[in-house]
Design a protein around this ligand. Structure first.
Ligand code: MN
Length: 295
C-alpha cells in the first residue's frame, strides 16, 4: 500500500465483504458458533483498529489479505457442497441406484436370482427407457417437431414410474425389516385404517388383486392429509397424482415368478418380513412436511 488512504479504502472494502460473507454463510446454514465466524470477527476487529494515528503496517495488511483468501476458499468449498446436495438429474442422465444390501440379503423371502434380474436387468431397462424418452422429448422441443410426442410421453410415464417406484422399492425393504412401524406413522395408520392389521390386510389384498402386472402403494395425500392405499396397473395406470408413495410392493411377475411361480399370494404374505419400516417412517415425515390447501 503506497499511502494510508489506499490502505483505508482497501480495508473498508474488506470489512463490508466480510459482513456480506457472514450473512451468506448463515444462509448456507453455517451458524455463528462455527469457527469461520470467529475468523471473520477477528479479522474485522483487526481492520477496525486501523486509524490515522496508528495505521496498520504492511505485514498486518498482508496477513489480512491471506485471511481473506482463506475465507474465500472456505466459502467456495461450502457452496460446492451445497450444490452437490441439491444435485439435479440432467435430461437423459438417470442412473441405476445401487442396492442398499447384497443380492442375497432378502433370502429366503426373495431369492438372489430374482434380485439380480430384477435390479440389474429390469430396473436398468426403465432407467434406459426414461433417459431415451427425455432425450427424444428434448429433441422434439429443439426441432419443434411433436409428431411422436404422444409416444415419448407414454414412454416417459412408463419408464419414469418404473424407475422411481423401483428406487423406492429397494429402499423400503431390508434384511432387518419386518414387524410394525413405530411412532407417528403407526398412529396415522391406526387413525386412517383402524389398526395395523386392517391396513396390512387391505394392502395385501390390493397387491394380490392387481389386474395383471403392477404395484400396491401406500401414499400420503398432502391435500386431504391422510394415508391411502392404491393399486397401480403396470407402473403408471391408476396413479393418483398429487400423492406421495410411502410403501410400494412390486407384483410384476419378474418380482416373484422364479421363486413363487403363480403363487403371488405367498410372495405378498412373505414380503412383510422384509419391509423396512424406518425407511417408510422417514418417507412419511418428509412427505408430511408438504401441505397444499385442503379441497
Ligand atoms: Mn419390478
Amino acid at each position: 500500500m503506497e499511502n494510508n488512504e489506499e490502505a483505508k479504502k482497501y480495508l473498508s472494502e474488506v470489512d463490508s465483504w466480510l459482513e456480506d460473507v457472514s450473512y451468506f454463510l448463515i444462509d448456507l446454514n453455517i451458524h455463528s458458533e462455527d469457527k469461520i465466524h470467529e475468523l471473520i470477527n477477528n479479522t474485522k476487529n483487526v481492520i477496525r483498529q486501523n486509524s490515522d494515528e496508528k495505521p496498520l503496517d504492511v505485514s498486518e495488511i498482508i496477513a489480512i489479505q491471506q485471511t481473506v483468501q482463506d475465507i474465500d476458499h472456505f466459502v467456495q468449498r461450502r457452496i460446492g457442497e451445497n450444490e452437490r446436495q441439491k444435485a439435479t438429474v440432467p435430461i437423459g442422465k438417470h442412473v441405476l441406484p445401487k442396492l442398499p444390501y447384497s443380492y442375497d440379503a432378502l433370502q429366503p423371502y426373495i431369492s438372489e436370482e430374482i434380485m439380480r434380474l430384477h435390479h440389474d436387468k429390469h430396473h436398468q431397462s426403465y432407467v434406459d427407457g426414461l433417459n431415451k424418452a427425455e432425450k427424444m422429448m428434448k429433441e422434439a422441443r429443439e426441432k419443434n417437431n411433436f409428431d411422436l410426442i404422444k409416444h415419448w410421453e407414454r414412454e416417459a410415464a412408463f419408464h419414469g414410474s418404473g424407475h422411481y417406484l423401483h428406487t423406492i422399492f429397494w429402499e423400503i425393504m431390508n434384511p432387518k425389516g419386518g414387524g410394525q412401524p413405530h411412532g407417528e406413522l403407526l398412529r396415522q395408520i391406526q387413525k386412517d385404517f383402524g389398526s395395523f392389521d386392517h391396513f396390512k390386510r387391505h394392502f395385501s389384498e390390493a397387491a394380490k388383486k392387481v389386474e395383471g402386472v403392477g404395484w400396491s402403494i401406500l401414499v400420503w395425500s398432502p391435500r386431504s392429509r391422510h394415508l391411502e392405499i392404491l393399486q397401480a396397473e403396470r407402473h403408471q395406470f391408476l396413479t393418483q397424482w398429487d400423492t406421495i408413495p410411502l410403501l410400494v410392493l412390486d407384483v410384476w411377475e419378474h418380482a416373484y415368478y422364479l421363486q413363487y411361480k403363480n403363487d403371488r399370494n405367498k410372495y405378498v404374505d412373505n414380503w412383510w418380513n422384509i419391509v423396512y419400516w424406518p425407511n417408510v417412517e422417514n418417507r412419511f415425515y418428509k412427505a408430511r412436511e408438504m401441505q397444499w390447501d385442503a379441497f
